[in-house]
Design a protein. Sequence first.
Length: 178
Amino acid sequence: MESITSVNPSEYAPFYETYVSRVPEGEIVEILSVQIGDTLRVLNSVPAELEVYRYGPGKWSVREVVGHMIDAERVFSFRALAFARGDSAPLPGMDQVQYAAVSDAGARPLAELAAELATVRAATVALFRSFSEDVWSRDGIASGCSFTVRSFPFIVAGHELHHRSGLEVNYLSREARR
């Protein structure tokens, strides 16, 4: 497997810069395999009474945030797989609000969701490790925008970091619960 340490902003939709800019320097598949441990530690620190906490009207609970992280990682991984395999069909967007509304994540224990997130990440890392050097530059259309396969590990990593930070700031800090 080729060592992937950077991605050009031209390889993904501008919206995703918010996520990609959070990713630290280094080999991206290794970052993905390691950073999940930090997120799982955060999730394991959530007191039971906060699993259903919402910091504002219309905001997701901690459980729903994790459900969203699982769904999004699966979608990003599928996009990478489809483009890696040369699928030229444009892929649809993901309506995160609709997905969350029908996911039932809010009714599932956080420990179960965290275990699923770890399993999904293991599958994501295995997928990315399976790609040969020539696969990374393949591209396709999703949500009406062009992406390379190389962009997806960075999007996955940044998306996780974005939501981990949100959990720490909006749900777990003392200031958030005042």
